[in-house]
Design a protein around this ligand. Structure first.
Ligand code: PHB
Length: 377
């Protein structure tokens, strides 16, 4: 997305990607786009397939005490969410960038940065053919994820990090079966959180709260389905339709924030700077918002020579990132079982869920953050 926004502003980029194109285009990841993320896709002209295939959602269900309650997000905010897999976004953006003559280099390994103290930093890497290569540039955007080399390239003395680990994980499956409901269901259950979501009208994605050190080998498909039925079904809901499990994995839950998001000519964006638990569906949307802010800062710099937006980048991006981090932590805290169903915590969660689903103010607070606050650029 950053490369697209910069290309449209006449700024040249080179994208170094560790994986193969096929890996990027098929890896199952996030699935829910905020309206602001779709607006960015629109801005770069990448919505042709999205508008044909994405499912538009105007609300979500919160399920607790055996009943589902709808939060009318479109009705309260005028904005919607879109179901469209992250790998589909990646597929569309890669195709468009290559068709426009953009430079994406796949299968780059051993990437390192030199000269961050100078005006012309250099990236060294080994290319797909095994040759050592260098790229010298004006700026480096560290969009290389939590395990990338960008964040560790910043001296520890200038970085502050904030970490929150959760005492559980998610087990996620992709099932070839039609959705239980046309909208997402977030379920609070005494035996653990469950989430029903989807990728299409024929493909469901389901998650279960499991132990933090859970071994996937302990979860046969039968056990997974039985637990999903138990946590997601009730008298007033249609039964969950089972289908072949195409993929299953355990996802860790973590909140992690890096401050600042810039060191000299290196700018961090997305997971290289922050990780949020998936409960609020914010991770990918936050990464897209980061690069929207960063692209505008580069545009201003190249158009006017002014560095004021580059200097403001970290603070601007962090304001939004902390909002998303707090929201994701709150959604997680509201819906998961902590410490063996501590009686008081459980009752307080149920009381707050009741408040959110019965008060207009409560519902609006959830709705405007879930659908995504405007991107300040
Ligand atoms: C997903 O569709 O994979 C998804 C949706 C909402 C979430 C988390 C994951 O909060």
């Amino acid at each position: 997305m950053l490369a697209h926004l910069l290309r449209l502003a006449g700024i040249e980029t080179i994208v170094l990607e560790a994986r193969t194109r096929d890996y990027c285009e098929t890896r199952i990841r996030a699935g829910l786009m905020e309206q602001g993320s779709v607006d960015l896709m629109e801005e770069v002209g990448a919505t042709e397939r999205l508008h044909r295939e994405a499912l538009v959602h105007g609300g979500i269900y919160l399920r607790f005490n055996g009943r589902s309650h709808r939060i009318d997000i479109h009705g309260t905010t005028g904005r919607s969410m879109y179901i469209y897999g992250q790998q589909e976004i990646v597929k569309d953006l890669i195709a468009l960038q290559l068709a426009a003559g953009g430079d994406i280099r796949f299968e780059c390994s051993d990437v390192s940065i030199d000269g961050l103290d100078s005006d012309r930093p250099t990236l060294r890497y080994v290319d797909a053919a095994g040759d050592e290569t260098r790229v010298t540039c004006d700026f480096v955007a560290g969009c290389d994820g939590f395990h990338g080399m960008s964040r560790p390239a910043i001296p520890e003395s200038v970085l502050q990090t904030y970490d929150r680990q959760y005492p559980f994980a998610w087990l996620g499956i992709l099932s070839e079966s039609p959705p239980l409901d046309p909208e997402l269901v977030y379920a609070h259950h005494p035996d653990g959180f469950a989430l029903f979501t989807m990728r299409s009208n024929t493909m469901s994605r389901l998650y279960l709260q499991v132990a933090v050190d859970e071994d996937i080998a302990n979860w046969s498909d039968d056990r997974i389905w039985s637990e999903l039925h138990h946590r997601l079904e009730g008298e007033e809901t249609p039964p969950l339709i089972e289908g072949p499990v195409l993929q299953k994995s355990i996802l860790p839950m973590r909140s992690f924030m890096t401050v600042p998001m810039r060191f000299r000519r290196l700018f961090l964006a997305g997971d290289s700077a922050h990780i949020v638990p998936p409960t609020g569906a914010k991770g990918m949307n936050l990464a897209l918002a980061d690069v929207a802010v960063l692209a505008r800062a580069f545009e201003t710099f190249y158009a006017t020579g002014s560095e004021h937006k580059l200097d403001a980048y970290s603070a601007t991006a962090l304001r939004r990132a902390w909002g998303a981090a707090r929201f994701s932590w709150w959604m997680t805290s509201l819906t998961h079982v902590f410490n063996d169903r501590l009686a008081f915590d459980n009752m307080a969660q149920l009381s707050e869920l009741h408040y959110i689903t019965s008060s207009r103010a409560g519902a609006e607070t959830l709705a405007e953050q879930y659908v995504g606050l405007p991107i300040e650029r």
